[in-house]
Design a binder for this molecule. Structure first.
Ligand code: FES
Length: 175
């Protein structure tokens, strides 16, 4: 019970904190549509996705329609409307990476983190695995990024070592 109360408090504090930061952005940049992207970035950074209630808050704060905010949120690949894992693994499947074996790497990652039923995020919220188009590092193909950090010339064996290293740090989804 105590743990539940503490978790609810943490969630409420987090919500208050992000609302404060969003208000600060409106104060700093003004109630303009150009403030929309910084606000969405702030939310994405805090939650790793854009919760619906916060999108509504942004629309109200900037006097924009929810449809406009939603349209921008879905246009840019950097934003997600679904919760993502603590580690976002992006496997480049551009031409250079594809011909140098990106798909076996992708399959090895999915197997290693135990992704099931075609889902992109693991049940424990640790990993999200996606494919992306060229990330601009073709010379190092096949390329994988983990939370933006680039790993080049990745093989299915290498991915085991990389992911084991992440896990050995003892990280958890709530960290
Ligand atoms: S095709 Fe993968 S980095 Fe360019």
């Amino acid at each position: 019970m105590e743990r539940m109360t503490s978790m609810l408090q943490t969630t409420a504090n987090r919500q208050l904190d992000i609302l404060q930061r969003l208000d600060n952005l409106v104060q700093r940049y003004g109630k303009h549509s150009s403030t929309l992207i910084p606000m969405l970035q702030e939310i994405q950074n805090a939650y790793r996705y854009l919760p619906e209630d916060l999108l509504t808050h942004v629309a109200t704060a900037l006097d924009l329609s929810p449809a406009t905010v939603y349209g921008v949120a879905t246009f840019y690949a950097q934003f997600s409307l679904e919760p993502k894992g603590k580690y976002v693994i992006q496997v480049c499947d551009g031409t250079a990476c594809h011909v140098r074996g990106s798909m076996p790497v992708y399959e090895a990652i999915c197997k290693k983190v135990r992704l099931v039923d075609g889902k992109a995020t693991t049940e424990d919220g640790m990993f999200t695995v996606e494919t992306v188009s060229c990330v601009g590092a073709c010379a190092a193909a096949p390329v994988v990024t983990i939370n933006g950090e680039v790993y080049g010339k990745v093989t299915p064996d290498a991915i085991h070592v990389i992911l084991d290293t992440l896990e050995s740090r003892g990280d958890t989804a709530d960290a």
